[in-house]
Write a protein of this length. Structure first.
Length: 226
């Protein structure tokens, strides 16, 4: 895995401090680096097996975050499933890294954000994470004018959506009933996105148009388990 200059050096110092304080074993940064190399060799086969496992589960969560490798920008990727979690450091945020992690075609539902690099997976097999969408609603509300009205109306739909979803997870609401309940709510949310796409506030218009392109992937959780 790629080494991330700033956070890596901080992690080295933290590890050395922990080893000294808790284990009574003083370690230098160089010793830690040598230990990392040895550990990498030891876990190479288990990591290979874990990467094979994350190709198979019915649901996989995929995400990435940026950092630095030397003076260049790089990304740490993660694939999370019920049977394992795999991290990968690469110099790219492109979809080819996602395929490297999960295989050329994910065998189940892929949970992602709306970043374009995730578009390699068919919409019908994706669930777009709602957390960034809710932040978009908040941002719309904060822009004033027509955008504020639309953002507030969208946020007003969220409590009911979350309540029904929690009940499904708790087993107090069947999925068939959820589908029935969600139909009018979905229609209203998508109507508001359509209105937002022509509300006269450029940033909100762009966000709503971008969401509408992936609307089907926002409702996958209503249809399928997991």
């Amino acid at each position: 895995m790629a080494l991330w200059t700033g956070s890596y050096r901080l992690a080295q110092r933290t590890t050395a401090q922990v080893m000294a304080d808790l284990c009574g074993v003083p370690m230098s940064g160089g010793t830690i680096s040598q230990s990392e190399k040895a550990t990498t060799e030891v876990v190479a086969e288990p990591v290979k097996e874990a990467r094979a496992y994350v190709h198979e589960p019915s649901v996989a969560h995929l995400d990435e975050t940026s950092g630095r490798q030397g003076d260049k920008r790089a990304w740490r990727w993660v694939a999370v499933t019920s049977v394992g979690t795999v991290f990968l450091g690469r110099m790219s945020r492109g979809g080819q890294v996602a395929r490297e992690l999960l295989g050329k075609q994910c065998s189940g539902i892929l949970v992602t954000e709306r970043y374009r690099a995730d578009n390699w997976s068919p919409v019908r097999w994706r669930q777009v994470c709602w957390s960034p969408v809710l932040r978009d609603f908040e941002a719309m509300r904060g822009r004033g004018g027509a955008s504020e009205e639309i953002g507030a109306a969208l946020l007003g739909q969220v409590p009911q959506l979350v309540t029904w979803w929690h009940r499904v997870r708790e087993g107090t609401l069947t999925r068939s009933t959820l589908r029935s309940y969600m139909s009018p709510l979905r229609q209203e949310v998508e109507r508001l996105w359509e209105a937002g796409s022509r509300c006269g506030v450029p940033t909100t218009e762009g966000t709503c148009r971008e969401i509408l392109k992936r609307r089907e992937a926002l409702w996958t959780f209503v249809q399928g388990k997991g």
